[in-house]
Design a protein around this ligand. Structure first.
Ligand SMILES: C[S@@+](CC[C@H](N)C(=O)[O-])C[C@H]1O[C@@H](n2cnc3c(N)ncnc32)[C@H](O)[C@@H]1O
Length: 196
């Protein structure tokens, strides 16, 4: 029913949505995962022209799952923590969500040319502010922050004209100059870009 309600544009609060997750994931959701309202706004823009959307650092898949039922096309979430991928996959299976896939790898192993639109929720922040980290099961550091940001920037830069990107709470270190801001929302934290 939950995803049917989202699809039908019925109000679903984050507290209701997060019940799909185990308790320890529910606790980190507000800080680390995209809210239902933001996910709907972002996926509407990303899906409008595209049939394949990549979430760069997908967590437990919240953005991808909502996008896959609210937007159109396929949502792929790349997530380096296998524990979060496993949780996302169990939700995907339980609710039989057909338009979403989770890939457990580092973003630096993913060629962006396989996708047409991108979502980025400040995924590399925990490298420079470890007190905000989801957990301490992965390495952090400024060198990794730079490596990941440069990789994303280079990949986005060589995408074709018209490629869409949405950033949320981003410092924009991963944003090439070739992207133009179309509009913003949610107190200017959610930004909608398109490649020139
Ligand atoms: C702020 S959370 C966002 C989750 C999801 N996009 C959402 O909005 O619900 C960022 C996620 O990115 C993941 N991440 C960070 N660096 C990554 C990397 N280099 N490769 C893959 N995943 C990464 C983290 O493990 C974390 O789960």
């Amino acid at each position: 029913m939950l995803f049917k309600h989202i699809k039908a544009n019925q109000e679903v609060s984050d507290q209701e949505f997060d019940l799909v997750y185990p308790g320890h994931i529910r606790k980190i959701s507000e800080l680390h995962f995209t809210s239902v309202k933001v996910a709907k706004a972002a996926s509407e823009y990303l899906s409008e022209k595209s049939k394949s959307v990549l979430d760069i650092g997908a967590g437990a898949g919240k953005f991808c799952m909502i996008g896959s039922v609210w937007g159109q096309g396929r949502y792929v979430g790349v997530e380096q923590r296998s524990s979060l991928c496993d949780i996302a996959n169990s939700v995907i299976e339980r609710y039989q969500l057909e338009q979403v896939d989770m890939v457990n790898t580092n973003i630096t192993d993913v060629p962006f040319r396989d996708f047409k639109a991108f979502y980025f929720f400040n995924s590399f922040h925990e490298n420079i502010c470890t007190s905000d980290a989801i957990d301490h099961t992965i390495p952090f550091g400024i060198t990794l922050y730079q490596e990941y940001s440069v990789y994303v920037k280079e990949q986005l830069d060589v995408m074709p004209t018209g490629t869409r990107l949405v950033t949320y709470h981003s410092y924009l270190r991963e944003l090439p100059n070739s992207y133009v801001l179309k509009h913003s929302a949610f107190g200017n934290h959610l930004k909608f870009w398109e490649r020139r």
